[in-house]
Design a protein around this ligand. Structure first.
Ligand code: AMP
Ligand code: ZN
Ligand code: FE
Ligand code: FE
Length: 287
């Protein structure tokens, strides 16, 4: 495994279950050569993460994942090799987090009106030390209270995008996310370009061209849920538009029990992302 990398992971600072230190230890245990921490909307876990990676003799890459607004949906941009203390990036991330809190309050009232008993205090308690509170925490509480049995049930019936208990939150435009990542010295990667269901390939290519106008650097071609065809299509875009290749598992610890760090789907374990991708990225950044 020590030739392999994972450039998309989450810790307990956002919605994963491994602390940044535990994640760096897990990377050593599975034998990764490099790993990026890409928590949602926060860089708070990076200092502990990179320190432990260094101690473990593996390359710890500072990252972040920003959800951006894309028509009636969202599009995720991963930033890699960012300066976690950069002012421009952190101003955007704190704006996003503040709006998230506002949205959570609105969602609590909405759910109560729909006769689901849930309070803001329970939500804060549920999230513990986590900095980013969101729908997964709502789902956990509703399951514990017996309203639903599984997270997918909660999302399909109540909390999924545009479902009856859903409240949208402020998302920046993709160009704003990409610029903030560049301000922090990083590379902007379109995460899981094929996670949207029923989107024809031609539309994905059109989206990619728009992102390139906003200075996108690369796309994820390796991703846990990608089929071989998805990977081929993504690689074709890389060649056609001269982009960097990235990839990762989107590991969230026990919150994504079917995902193995570095290897992807627990059943197939086919991810194995080569280290050469990191070399190409560093070449572009001249580091
Ligand atoms: P939020 O950031 O609060 O809008 O919540 C987004 C998170 O909710 C995602 O990162 C997923 O972890 C989870 N999520 C969103 N849609 C679904 C779904 N259909 N099924 C399960 N989890 C979902
Ligand atoms: Zn997540
Ligand atoms: Fe994502
Ligand atoms: Fe992710």
């Amino acid at each position: 495994m020590n030739k392999y990398i994972d450039l998309h992971t989450h810790s307990s600072v956002s919605d994963g279950t491994f602390s940044p230190t535990e994640l760096a230890n897990e990377a050593k245990r599975v034998g990764l050569r490099a790993i990026a921490l890409t928590d949602h909307d926060t860089t708070d876990g990076i200092a502990d993460f990179t320190k432990t990676c260094e101690k473990n003799g593996i390359e710890g890459i500072p990252g972040v994942e920003i959800s951006t607004s894309w028509y009636s949906s969202s599009l995720h941009i991963v930033g890699l090799f960012i300066d976690p203390d950069n002012g421009v990036l952190n101003k955007l991330l704190s704006e996003i987090r503040e709006n998230r809190d506002l949205r959570n309050r609105k969602m609590v009232s909405k759910l109560n009106k729909l006769d689901y008993r849930i309070t803001l205090e329970e939500l804060i308690e549920e999230s513990g030390d986590e900095k980013v509170i969101g729908r997964p925490h709502f789902a956990a509480i509703l399951i514990r209270k017996g309203y639903f049995e599984t997270p997918s049930e909660v999302f399909n019936e109540l909390l999924g995008d545009r479902k009856k208990g859903f409240v949208p939150r402020y998302l920046p435009m993709p160009g704003v996310g990409i610029s903030a990542i560049h301000a922090a010295g990083g590379l902007a990667i379109w995460a899981h370009p094929y996670s949207m269901q029923n989107v024809p390939c031609s539309v994905t290519r059109k989206t990619c061209k728009t992102l390139i106008k906003h200075k996108l650097d690369g796309i994820e071609c390796y991703y846990t849920s990608f089929s071989d065809k998805d990977r081929e299509n993504a690689m074709t875009m890389v060649r056609d538009y001269n982009l960097l290749v990235s990839g990762g598992s989107d590991f969230h610890g026990k919150n994504t029990p079917d995902v193995v760090l570095g290897l992807g789907n627990k059943k197939f374990e086919t991810l194995r992302i080569p280290y050469s991708l990191v070399e190409n990225m560093k070449r572009k950044l001249q580091i």
